[in-house]
Each structure stands twice: as C-alpha cells, then as structure tokens.
Design a protein around this ligand. Structure first.
Ligand code: GAF
Length: 447
C-alpha cells in the first residue's frame, strides 16, 4: 500500500507521551521531560560546510526524541527503541567518555550511537564559564530513552538530531540546581547564541569523540532551524539568515527520497573526499576553499580558480599524497557548489519573482548540484542517479543527492500538480525506496 512508502513525522505529543510511558516501564521512575531535535535536508551546499561555504538547509519535521531523568551516581543508562540498534539498556560511566585516543581507539563506550550521546555530555562539560548555565554538573548521570522518526544513515542527519536532542536533555536535567524544572525551563527559552553554543558542543562530540568529519551544517540546522524557513548559513562564521519560503511551498513540494541504501559517515569514503579537497586548499595556500575566493561572491570566477590550481600543480602527480586530478575535481565541486548557493541566496533575498520562476531557478541549481556530486565530488551512487533522472523525467523541477553521499537520500522539488506521477515512477525503481515530506520545521525543542 502507498502509505507504507511514506515515513511520517508522526504526532509529536503522541510520540512524547508514549515515550514517557515506556520510560517509566523501563527505568521504574518518571522522565523529567521529552526533547526533540530535527534532521535536515540541504537544498544546496554539500561538502562545503567544512570549507566555509554557504549552505541552504531546512530542519525536517522528522527527528529524534529523548526522554530523560537525572541520576546521582554518575552513570549514563541509554536505550534506543530503534529496532536496528536496540540492545537493551547500555550503561556507561559518564566520566569515562571523551576524545578518541591517538591510536583512534574509542574511550568508554564502543557502540557508535552511544558515543554520539556520551560524547555530547563530555563536550557540554567542557564548556567554559561564559556558558556555565549550559554545563551539566561534573558528577552528572542520566537515564535516556530514545526514539527517532528518521531513517538512520539516510543522509538526513540522524546523527546530529540524536546529538542535539541529547544535548537539550542534558542541559535540561543536568543544570537543575534544586528548583523544580528550572533546567527544563532553560531549554524552552534558549537564545540563538545559546543554540549556537550547543550546536558547537555537538560538533565537538562528533569530530573528537566519534571521529566523523562533520563540518557543522547538520548540528547548526537542527539547533537553529525555523518553521517555514530555509536557512542561508554562512559557514565561515556560522552566521545565518532565515528565509521565508512559504510562498514557494504554496505551489511546490520538497519531497525527500530515501533510497534505502544507508551510509556510515565515519567509515565511508567521506573522509578521503574531504582530505582531497583540503589538499586542493593547501595547494592554493588557504585553510578553507572559501578563502580562495573573493569575499563578495558575485565576483567568483570558477575558471580562474581552476586555472590557478593548474598553474600551481603543473607537473605534480600528487598533492599531499592525493591524486592531483582527483583534488582538482573536488575543488571544482566545492567552488561551483559555492556559486550555486550564492545564486539561490541572491534569488531569495533580492527582488521578488514569480513562484514558477523561483522554483525553476532553484530546481536547476539543485540538478546541477547533483551532476557535480556525481562527476566532481564523486559521492553519488547508482540508485541515487536513477532517482534523480526519473524524478526529472516525471516533472520534478530539480533533484539532487543530499548529505554526505555513498548512500542516503535525494531531495526533489516538484510542483503539486506533478507530484503524484513523480512519486509513482520513483517508487517503481526499488522496493527499498521511501518518501518523506520536507516541510521546513522548528529547531530542537522541549516537547
Ligand atoms: C555530512 C556532514 F556531517 C556535514 O557536515 C556535511 O559535510 C554533509 O555531510 C555534506 O554536505 O552530513
């Protein structure tokens, strides 16, 4: 049946109340509350957040729910209800977590999903005095019950949503100083600046504890997204604008197609692709590729940057041990992706255009972004390419692979009139395919 093909975001209050009930059965006491953090879909700006590029993400209605209560014995007791990951309650002494050792071995817990959670607690405890209101006590422990409405490893940021939901839960139950629900109140009234600090802690957890090469796009979107808004996120300094796209959604739908082929960020070739792009930056004499471009993006000349690369790499088969031609392709992806983001940003912040014109411009950029993901970043895969081709042939105005790649999801933009036909054709490509309605939704919050 058709509904089985759709991954619903569910009803948040029903999910929260059933999670609270399960929590009481599991841990024999009441949860203090339930916190939610969304996944994300990125319209443009893949593989450039770690190069200071501009990304255009939206927070999804789908995400991760965490029910929590504090403990006084310094233990973290964690359970996920996700059928693929659930191993019952896992106990971790909260003090025994932290950055990976030099030999790459994990400290404390071994299962990756629990490291995302314990790593966030560790990172929050490293916050300096300026942010002490967000810092859980050093002897803090907690019981957590977790449930997600996101497919895991589908390029929709299931990891960041777990990190961000856990972060809110830790802040809420770990900063309580006696007065009832004081910490929980804090998570209801977080400023954008506090949210940025929490996103930063989640990034630290993922990079330093889990050892995945995230660039911050996912955590920032989960913590700072907004209902009805596309974020225009400048990853040079993580400043952002929230752009209203409700006019576009009156005539068009963003539909994410989960191919059912998951990726694993820490273990996929993501790290190599990133390293090759960093070698290109090195050759150009900059830390991040955005710094190799003029600060005002209207003046970016892609050919000029590539010519400079050719001049500097002449006669060299390798740069920092990476194949020169591969580094050049990564550079080409990064720079053209940055240009596409700037174009969409200008389109949405400039003089108003008709809905169809806006949709076509955005759609064209998305599709060009996919071609670049396939040919230059080389992170696409066969089923994603077929989804893109089929969606476009069936009337989508744009379609592209999103997230880290090597598995995951395609984002499509399609007019309401053409959606049914497109969905039917795409569904026919593989029984593993699932759909998610992408409506830009609120950032992480208490439910
Ligand atoms: C993953 C990373 F975690 C992000 O930081 C980003 O680089 C993305 O891949 C690709 O744009 O989700």
């Amino acid at each position: 049946n058709d509904n089985a093909r759709w991954l619903s975001a569910g009803d948040p209050s029903l999910i929260a109340s059933s999670l609270t009930e399960r929590f009481a059965q599991q841990f024999g006491r009441k949860a203090v509350g339930v916190w939610f953090a969304p996944g994300r879909a990125n319209l443009n700006g893949e593989h450039i957040d770690f190069h200071g590029g501009r990304c255009l993400p939206m927070a999804l209605p789908h995400g991760t729910y965490v029910a929590a209560a504090p403990r006084t014995d310094g233990l973290l007791r964690l359970r996920t209800l996700d059928i693929n990951l659930d191993e019952g309650v896992i106990e971790i002494p909260a003090g025994q977590t932290g950055p990976k050792k030099d030999d790459g071995e994990s400290v404390g817990s071994t299962s990756t999903w629990t490291q995302y959670v314990s790593g966030v607690l560790w990172a929050l405890q490293q916050l300096d005095d300026e942010h002490s209101e967000l810092r859980p006590a050093s002897d803090f422990g907690a019981d957590l019950l977790i449930r997600t409405t996101l497919p895991i490893g589908a390029g929709l940021s299931s990891s960041a949503s777990l990190e961000c939901a856990a972060a809110l839960a830790f802040v809420a139950v770990g900063t309580q100083t006696g007065e009832e629900n004081e910490g929980a109140e804090l998570t209801r009234a977080l400023s954008d600046q506090q949210r940025a600090v929490l996103a930063e802690a989640c990034i630290r957890a993922e990079v330093e504890v889990v050892g995945a090469g995230t660039g911050g796009l996912d955590q920032t979107t989960s913590m700072r997204g907004a209902e009805g808004k596309l974020l225009s996120l400048d990853c040079r300094d993580f400043s952002l604008k929230r752009l209203d796209i409700s006019f576009l959604l009156r005539g068009y739908r963003f539909i994410a197609v989960d191919t059912g082929q998951p990726h694993q960020l820490a273990t996929s070739a993501f790290g190599d692709r990133r390293a090759e792009s960093e070698a290109a930056a090195d050759l150009l004499g900059v830390e991040r590729l955005r710094d190799a471009l003029p600060s005002t993006c209207r003046k970016i000349d892609v050919e000029e940057v590539l010519e400079e690369f050719d001049r500097l790499s002449e006669g060299r088969a390798e740069i920092n041990g990476f194949d020169t031609a591969a580094c050049r392709r990564r550079l080409s992806h990064a720079v053209t992706e940055m240009v596409r983001s700037e174009k969409i940003h200008s389109l949405l912040t400039g003089e108003a255009h008709g809905v169809d014109h806006t949709a076509t411009m955005i759609g064209d950029a998305m599709t060009a972004g996919h071609t670049s993901m396939r040919e230059s970043a080389e992170v696409s895969f066969e089923l994603a390419d077929r989804v893109v081709d089929t969606a476009l042939a069936q009337g989508a105005v744009g379609a592209r692979l999103i997230g880290g790649g090597f598995g995951g999801s395609v984002l499509t933009l399609v007019s309401k009139d053409n959606a049914a036909e497109m969905i039917e054709a795409v569904a026919g490509l593989s029984p593993s395919i699932r759909f998610l309605e992408v409506t830009p939704s609120a950032a992480a919050h208490a439910v």
